[in-house]
Design a protein around this ligand. Sequence first.
Ligand code: DX5
Ligand code: ZN
Length: 219
Amino acid sequence: MLRIAPSILSADFGRLLEEIRQVEAAGADLVHLDIMDGRFVPNLTFGPPVVRWLRGRVSLPLDAHLMVASPDPLIPDLADAGVARVAVHVETCHHLHRTLASIRDAGMSPGVALNPATPLEAALEASPWIDYILVMSVNPGFGGQTFIPESLDKIRRLVRLAPRDGLEIAVDGGVTALTAPGLVEAGATTLIAGSAIFGASDRAAAVAALRDATTGVDR
Ligand code: DX5
Ligand code: ZN
């Protein structure tokens, strides 16, 4: 079953809770949290205090995507703040196995994220220790960028090479009702979308449009 994860990066932060409640009611599966430090990516967002505030107010699982130069120090705080799962970028981890183990040990589900130009190998090597791979289909840091079309072939190769079934493949960046069918056909099992959902005047209709665009599409 395809999962849809709205990214609050493009939400109206003045009405954040209302925004999240709308996508919850529309049948979204996860709330995607883009945590950026202004070092790994040229943008800054929010960290554990904001996530902690969301916990208890939001019923969907909180899905953290760490775009930070040093992910390790954040892991205990994110677990404490109620995050369900955490993807770290392989480009940021000197000791990826240790970082993934610390996410699991803290009671969260670990994933690895790959920049568009990062080869698949690191993620494949880490597959015994993760629950999902997050394929970036734009360069991380900003919402509303243009989808990089080569991401489709990367997802196809990932499906072919993945050493086990059931490894979730999430795609993040430029996901819209136009790009979604091809992504699902290639093998993506989770669609992360920011501007396509929170940039639309009707957020619920935007979630439904993503779902409808991919209904009946098979890998
Ligand atoms: C970008 C973030 C994305 C972002 C996607 O670095 O990781 O989650 O919100 O935005 P859209 O869907 O607008 O490309
Ligand atoms: Zn993201």
